[in-house]
Design a protein around this ligand. Structure first.
Ligand SMILES: [Zn+2]
Length: 254
């Protein structure tokens, strides 16, 4: 099976069925859309609902290709839906005005889609949505989700900054090294993350760290710092690595 063809054949529909409008984006186009919405929104989201909306774009389709579309009626609009819709419009307008695009290592060709989405959003009338499958956006996001990437000034979200993700961004984008330290709910690697700290590691320290921690697998973008290596690596970076956390030294887009 040719994976390329399969992936290209599906994409995401964003719709407002009640008014018969629809925007279709390929999977690649959806990624670009999410990048520009994250850039447009992370620095201006103030209320819990606004933060949840922006986080939705930060995390969308990172690990569920072709599952990102939604109908506007599905969003968790509350009694405050007028203000919420106004914010969504501001967000889209900031994307249309290319807010933050200087942080990207590519030039999005998405103006037409943003314009069509705006037409749909401004024509639509939101109303409160109880029990949205998307979530409850009256609940404040966990603080680590709202931490800003220091290079890209967008929320880290559940999977880390999407603009840092080498698998998501152009393969020729320049990169830096980062240490990601994650704390999980029950202390095992597969349980829910409850806190996360990310810090950039100077390039000149990397050979010394890898000499201890081992080189990444050829196809991998980083390496776990195993318990016996925590102390020597701490000494190199001049910062303690908590034995109760998992530490991943990986490449991130500059
Ligand atoms: Zn980033």
């Amino acid at each position: 099976m040719d994976r390329t063809i399969k992936v290209e054949a599906v994409g995401n529909h964003f719709s407002a069925d009640s008014i018969g409008l629809d925007v279709y984006m390929t999977n690649g186009g959806t990624d670009v859309f999410c990048d520009v919405m994250a850039l447009a929104g992370s620095s201006v989201a103030r209320t819990v609902w606004q933060q949840n909306l922006v986080l939705h774009f930060c995390d969308l389709v990172r690990y569920a290709i072709g599952m990102g579309g939604f109908d506007l009626a599905e969003l968790p609009w509350t009694q405050d839906h007028q203000a919420e819709q106004d914010f969504f419009i501001v967000l889209l307008d900031r994307a249309i005005h290319r807010t933050g695009w200087e942080k990207l290592h590519y030039t999005p060709s998405i103006d037409y889609k943003l314009g069509t989405f705006m037409q749909m959003l401004t024509t639509y009338y939101a109303s409160p949505m109880i029990d949205s499958g998307i979530g409850d956006w009256t609940i404040a996001p966990k603080p680590y989700l709202l931490e800003m990437c220091m290079r890209h000034a967008i929320f880290q979200g559940e999977f880390g900054c999407r603009l840092c993700d080498l698998g998501q961004q152009p393969i020729d984008a320049p990169f830096v090294w980062e240490m990601t330290s994650s704390y999980t709910a029950d202390g095992t690697i597969n349980s829910e993350t409850i806190n996360r700290q990310i810090s950039q590691i100077p390039d000149e320290l990397i050979p010394r760290i890898l000499a201890i921690a081992g080189n990444p697998e050829p196809r991998s973008v980083g390496v776990w710092i195993k318990p016996p290596h925590l102390e020597p690596v701490s000494a190199i970076i001049g910062k303690p690595l908590d034995p109760h956390a998992y530490h991943w030294l990986g490449k991130a887009v500059a």
